[in-house]
Write a protein that binds this ligand. Structure first.
Ligand SMILES: Nc1ncnc2c1ncn2[C@@H]1O[C@H](COP(=O)(O)OP(=O)(O)O)[C@@H](O)[C@H]1O
Ligand SMILES: O=P(O)(O)OC[C@H](O)CO
Length: 494
């Protein structure tokens, strides 16, 4: 048995398998996309068999891309799109319904009805750290039990299992031997008490969920079961699991209170390590489990922006201003400074801290000399201003980020990262390895397997690639941000 680590990163649009060396370097990557299904307005589903097929295919393919064999792998880590909800039969292994994806809004009405119950809303925030919203798993699981023929009877007879994607993969990879999740994924179900670290009985009753369906909740570095021999030809323990945004927190080595990471993929998720005690936000940020190691929970505050790289995709596919995302950097450099153009990408409403589902996007401040460069720059800047909104919300909750580490596809754009630092008035650090999600899963599995000896040894593996330092004066920064706030105020509905 070698000392290499296999990380499975099951994301919203693709699955990746990445082999990491014992020093945290990437050895090989295999990736496969799968279909997104939109059966009705506001519904988003994945085929669980396609998820499974893409994961097992990349697990095999990654060995074709390097000279290692499965025997060289000491341990497996799993990280995943969070909240996405699956229910399957424990005897046949067959899902009773497609996976309902985190973006799916079909249970909005049910959540609105529950929202009238003030005591329940307060309990949800107090116990789970979340807001009553269809984003999380609870109402999606209830929907499956209430709408799939026979599902409730089977669930009550103990025949059905629930899991987020990590749990489904663990169960399949171990041939049905192990029904487990980790504390970060559990904390996104809206059924888990993050203070007591157990399933919440009141919420199970509210959503009418039989407890027998729920997985056992483990630490992030723990024994999750063993990948059966028929997958890779040898058995390998699964020893690290975390939801993808929390895995990125670990992969960015944000182990100190005050350290934050911001991931710029399709959306943007900023997570701040808040230490040993859950910090209740007064600004509609989420309180969540950052990671749990050796039974000790480290909490985090999270803010989610729906449109980060997706804004660039819209500039490319919607407006056809560019052919490739990478062109935005040169265009933005050519834009007139301080041009007064603001693009608010509220295509599907606004996320944290506004949570305004009915707001819609706008471009403001157009003049006769506004050109493509100014519009593209405004699109990129909108991502930075939204991060500033999150930074301000965190500060007003008494939790100022001391370090901001960035990753994700958009973090490769130096112009964006420079402007981000300007508008935040803070240093922004980008690591050498921007596959931080998979790296986090590898770190967790490697910790449990003894490839890494301590959290300190993980910190030593983290290497800075670039540091962006603010160039604007406070007056310039405040003026720019005031322009953004004015633009947002003009499109708000609630
Ligand atoms: N150089 C760039 N400048 C701006 N945006 C970029 C750049 N490269 C990639 N992106 C954006 O980043 C996103 C892809 O990042 P990635 O981390 O792979 O996202 P995800 O994991 O959500 O699919 C795309 O939305 C793309 O538009
Ligand atoms: O798969 P990603 O990277 O889009 O992340 C999705 C988040 O986990 C949803 O909460």
């Amino acid at each position: 048995m070698g000392q290499y680590i296999l990380a499975i990163d099951q994301g919203t649009t693709s699955s990746r398998s990445i082999i990491f060396a014992p020093d945290g370097a990437i050895v090989a990557v295999a990736q496969q996309e799968f279909s997104q299904k939109y059966p009705q307005d506001g519904w988003v589903e994945h085929d669980p068999e396609e998820i499974w097929e893409s994961v097992t295919t990349t697990m095999k393919q990654v060995f074709d891309k390097c000279s290692l064999s499965p025997e060289d792998i000491a341990t497996v880590g799993i990280t995943n799109q969070r909240e996405t909800t699956l229910v399957w039969n424990k005897d046949t292994g067959k899902p009773v319904y497609p996976a309902i994806v985190w973006q799916d809004r079909r249970t909005a009405q049910q959540c609105r009805e529950l929202d009238d119950d003030e005591s329940l809303v307060a309990h949800i925030t107090e116990s789970t750290g979340l807001l009553l919203d269809p984003y999380f798993s609870a109402s999606k699981l209830a929907w499956i039990l209430d709408n799939v023929e026979g599902a409730r009877e089977q669930a009550e007879a103990g025949d059905l299992l629930f899991g987020t994607v990590d749990t489904f993969l663990i169960w399949r990879l171990t041939n049905g031997e192990s029904h487990k999740t980790d504390a970060t994924n559990a904390s996104r179900t809206m059924l888990f008490d993050i203070n007591k670290q157990c399933w919440d009985e009141r919420l199970l009753t509210t959503f009418n969920i039989p407890k027998s369906m729920l997985p056992e909740v483990m630490d992030c570095a723990d024994e999750f079961g063993v990948v059966s021999k028929d997958i890779l030809g040898c058995t390998i323990p699964i020893q690290g699991v975390a939801g993808d945004q929390q895995a990125a927190l670990v992969g960015q080595a944000c182990f100190e209170k005050g350290m934050a990471k911001s991931t710029y993929g399709t959306g943007c998720f900023m997570i701040l390590n808040t230490g040993d005690e859950p910090l209740q936000s007064k600004n509609r940020l989420l309180t969540t489990v950052g990671y749990r190691l050796n039974g000790k929970t480290t909490y985090a505050l999270e803010g989610s922006i729906f449109m980060a790289g997706a804004t660039v995709q819209w500039l490319r596919d919607g407006l056809k201003l560019i052919d490739d995302a990478s062109e935005t950097e040169a265009l933005a450099q050519r834009a007139r400074q301080d041009n007064g153009v603001f693009l608010v990408p509220a295509f599907t409403g606004l996320g944290a801290p506004y949570w305004d589902p009915d707001a819609r996007g706008a471009i403001l401040g157009l003049t006769r000399d506004t050109g493509i460069s100014e519009i593209v720059a405004a699109g990129l800047q909108s991502v930075c201003y939204q991060t500033k909104d999150l930074q301000k919300a965190m500060e007003s909750d008494g939790a100022r980020p001391t370090t901001i580490r960035v990753d994700g596809g958009m973090s490769r754009n130096d112009w964006v990262m420079g402007f981000l630092s300007d508008v935040l008035g803070a240093e922004v650090e980008r690591p050498e390895i921007t596959e931080t999600t998979a790296l986090g899963a590898a770190f967790l599995a490697g910790l449990q397997a003894g490839v890494f000896t301590s959290v300190d040894s993980l910190t030593e593996c983290w290497k800075s690639d670039s540091i962006f330092t603010p160039r604007l004066s406070k007056e310039e920064r405040d003026k720019a941000y005031d322009g953004w706030k004015n633009a947002v105020a003009r499109i708000r509905c609630s």
